[in-house]
Design a protein around this ligand. Sequence first.
Ligand SMILES: NC(=O)c1ccc[n+]([C@@H]2O[C@H](COP(=O)([O-])OP(=O)(O)OC[C@H]3O[C@@H](n4cnc5c(N)ncnc54)[C@H](OP(=O)(O)O)[C@@H]3O)[C@@H](O)[C@H]2O)c1
Length: 309
Amino acid sequence: MAQLDYLVTGATGQLGRAVVALAKQRAASVLGFSGKDLPLDSRARIQQVLLEHRPKNVIHCAAVTNVDGCEGDPLLAYRVNGLGTAWLAEAAAAIAGKLVYVSTDFVFDGTKQGVPYEVDARVSPLSVYGASKRLGEEAVLSYDRAKNYVVRTSWVFGPGGKNFPRAIIDRARSGQPLKVVTDQIGRPCMTFDLAEALLDLCELAPSPGIYHAANEGQCSWHQFAVDVLRLAGLSNISVGTQLAVELKRAAARPAWSVLDTARLTAARGKPLPHYVDAIQRYLQLESQITKDPAAAIAAAGLRGKEYRS
Ligand SMILES: NC(=O)c1ccc[n+]([C@@H]2O[C@H](COP(=O)([O-])OP(=O)(O)OC[C@H]3O[C@@H](n4cnc5c(N)ncnc54)[C@H](OP(=O)(O)O)[C@@H]3O)[C@@H](O)[C@H]2O)c1
């Protein structure tokens, strides 16, 4: 029997769904796992699943992603994002599989104002979430430095997910006033664009290690909201401004987390599309995906004809 190409963790999440869909479009064999079917707090279950399926590549999208929630439950964050990732790396190494771990810009503290973060920039997480994801990075690189990838991304949004553009559009349509942060700058990343990059890394097999992945361009959350509303035909809605400190969130976030994606661009021979283009395709997918998913993917300029997850 042919070896499984991809095993995807977090396949019920916004990124995992896109990875499974695009792997299928590439005619690869892929199995996606929910948190229930592959709980990261169970070393025994992780070992069992990987031994049973023996995938060539594990694309690890699962994580506790509630950044503020992690401050209130650090044990859960460290257990799932740190230890769970270590157990996955251990199990992947045991079957000689490649592990691609999706990490975050929140491993940085934002003090490199004006200069994009290169892959080897000093890490210094400001939050429990960021620190727990950094633990996962260390495990992935220490288990198989010769094979594994850590792919840091930022401001992820995609069809069917709970994300910033969705929240902004919902709030605008409900008639509630909108105020968005101006003093945090980063790079949005659409799930389908990121999924293409993750699959490319597996197929092209450039040097292992850390890569940064995000759509081209950079913006504040405020500018991101303005762009989303304009492209959604809601430019009549005004977006007020506020400072991050006014939100009084449990977790601190970097004020500047622009990722330098040059290494990934060189490996793939092309950058990810601009974030404005990504918002356009996201809106198309969001509006059509429930009606005719395959047509929605084709209309959005994504490859292939099949969409199942
Ligand atoms: N969202 C962002 O802005 C952002 C930014 C940078 C990096 N990232 C990283 O990108 C990756 C994907 O994020 P996303 O936005 O797709 O997340 P998401 O939509 O919140 O999905 C999270 C996934 O993780 C699974 N999961 C949660 N706890 C688990 C556990 N204990 N055991 C096993 N699976 C568990 C969930 O499964 P169930 O729901 O089935 O339990 C779900 O499939 C994550 O690694 C995240 O850290 C995200």
